[in-house]
Design a protein around this ligand. Sequence first.
Ligand SMILES: [Zn+2]
Length: 242
Amino acid sequence: MRAQIEILASLQIVDREIKENAGIRQGLLGELQEKERGIRAKKQEIEVLTAACTAKEKLRQEKDRVLQDEGKKAVDKRMRMNRIKNIKELQALQREIDQIRQANSELEEELLKMMIEIDGIKGELKTKQEELVQAQQEWQQTQQGLQAQVSAIDHAVDEASRRRQSIAAEIAADIMSRYELIFSRRGGTAVVEVTGGICQGCYMNIPPQLRNEIIRNEKLNLCPSCQRIVYYKPSEAQEKTA
Ligand SMILES: [Zn+2]
């Protein structure tokens, strides 16, 4: 059993290496995705602002046309006044002209407000576009580096997986499946040493009876607290038996 446990311990080293690399890889991919998401979000904001700007500009032009038309009407009416002699008709026309002027001055104010609004949106748009350019430049710079890191990890994991295969081939199938179950349930630590009567996985005391069994090493022993596979390093086992 000693040989099997020692092989398991060396398998665990490789498995931890693979697990750690998988974690780093996930982190790197997450970083890549987050940067991509950031750029997509910025593009969307720009689209929304552009649409708002176009709509407001269109409305402004329409109102501006109304203003011009009404202005012309007022001028025409003013000209007509010269040809009218009837006082009542003159007064009525004057009222119409006053109304148009009043409406137009309100329209002018509205137009001014709209122009300020449009300028505001354009300013915001410019800022967002600059931010997008910067984010894209950053993306270009970091993306390659991150991709290279991911490839390097993939390469290292491939290599470790080959090592793992040759180590795993030396382990009995039933021991292997127990080991794998514990490894996945116990955060990547399935095989632990016992040092000074203490399980190095959970730091609980191992009862004396079980200590002796672990030293005898005739079967797979589990820590009663954390259920990990426990063993003594040969030197310490010798000390105990001596
Ligand atoms: Zn334990």
